[in-house]
Ligand binder design. Structure first.
Ligand code: MTE
Length: 327
């Protein structure tokens, strides 16, 4: 597979990457200033000097190096501004606001382990570092389509799911894969409405084994040239770009190979609205809205949405159409 290593315009220079300690120290610092009654005067200066401020949603990240996979260099649409992508998220473990990034900072990502089990010849538990050493990182610019009819284009860093599949070797009995997100009710408090205790936690998603083996299926550990900010599902999330965004579980801790279709979070909440398969299909409306068009975030640095036609399989039919029969 041809790869090209080139500097990316979205890669943050080291000096602009806000480390976790800088971020939290800044908040302490600001609190102190507020107490002393001088925050208003001092804050603009602080922001200018460092190029960061408490409104920067890209926190707690470090730069990652990866080769750009040529096949996924041109998504045919402009790249979404990183600040918009990082401040418009769905992560219900931390509430149901789109502007969840501050609450998502409660997630602890180090240490992190991913357990792979079930119908495989080589079950094992990986430390995150182990995964990073094992599988060479690559960068892929993918279109992303949420079932709510908004869309973006982002550069993910990670590795194809197929590599993990080859290593653990599913047995012939394995037909489905269940992915489970991190859940600890002390930290992932969920939305206040609907009350969190009535929701089917932990967040789970599922694929057929052949879907996981598809070239497009990807585990992302980074975005825009650095590790994933927590709100995007740090430290490791699924990316299956021909499906609606909810199929991409964030902050994955468990991957199980099983013989029956697993119950999944949204399908359990409402099986009529959120099907297990949930491929992007413009001619199949959601029961409450059309899927024929989508609103692209941006495309500049403001939320001034651009409406564009939805593409079958989000434009990835060449890779995945053979997996499905459409009536
Ligand atoms: N994974 C978990 N664990 N929890 C979630 O609430 N939301 C899903 C998906 N993965 C979600 C999740 C939905 S509905 C979407 S559209 C995408 O994450 C949003 O990804 P982003 O916030 O990185 O854009």
């Amino acid at each position: 597979m041809p790869f090209i290593h080139s500097p990316k315009p979205w890669q943050l220079p080291e000096r602009l990457v806000t480390s976790e300690s800088t971020f939290f120290n800044r908040r302490q610092f600001i609190k102190g200033l507020v107490g002393a009654g001088i925050a208003g005067a001092a804050l603009p200066l602080v922001g200018c000097q460092s190029g960061q401020n408490a409104d920067n949603p890209v926190v707690g990240v470090r730069n990652l190096a990866a080769m750009l996979n040529e096949q996924f260099r041109d998504p045919g649409r402009p790249l979404t501004n990183e600040m918009l992508a990082a401040s418009y998220n769905n992560f219900y473990e931390y509430g149901n606001s789109k502007h969840i990034w501050r609450d998502a900072q409660a997630l602890q990502t180090d240490p992190w382990q991913v357990e792979v089990s079930g119908l495989v010849k080589n079950p094992r538990t990986y430390d995150l570092d182990d995964l990073l050493k094992r599988f060479p990182l690559e960068e892929r610019i993918y279109r992303f389509r949420c079932v709510e009819a908004w869309a973006m284009v982002v550069p993910w860093l990670g590795f194809p799911m197929r590599l993990l599949l080859e290593e653990v070797e599913p047995t012939s009995a394995a037909r489905f894969v269940r992915f489970t997100s991190y859940y600890d009710p002390q930290i992932t408090k969920g939305p206040t409405f609907p009350p969190s205790q009535f929701l089917p936690w932990p967040y789970t998603e599922g694929l057929r084994v052949e879907e996981m083996a598809n070239d497009l299926a990807f585990f992302a550990v980074g975005i825009y040239g650095h590790t994933l900010p927590r709100q995007h599902g740090a430290p490791l999330r699924m990316v299956v770009p021909w499906k609606y965004g909810f199929k991409g579980a964030k902050s994955v801790v468990k991957i199980e190979f099983i013989d029956t279709q697993p119950a999944t979070y949204w399908n359990t909440i409402n099986s009529n609205e959120y099907k297990f398969e949930s491929n992007v299909e413009p001619d199949v409306p959601h029961p409450r809205w059309s899927q024929a068009k989508e609103r692209l975030i941006g495309p500049g640095n403001k939320f001034d949405w651009e409406e564009v036609p939805t593409l079958l399989y989000n434009g990835y039919g060449d890779y995945v159409a053979q997996l499905y029969q459409r009536s």
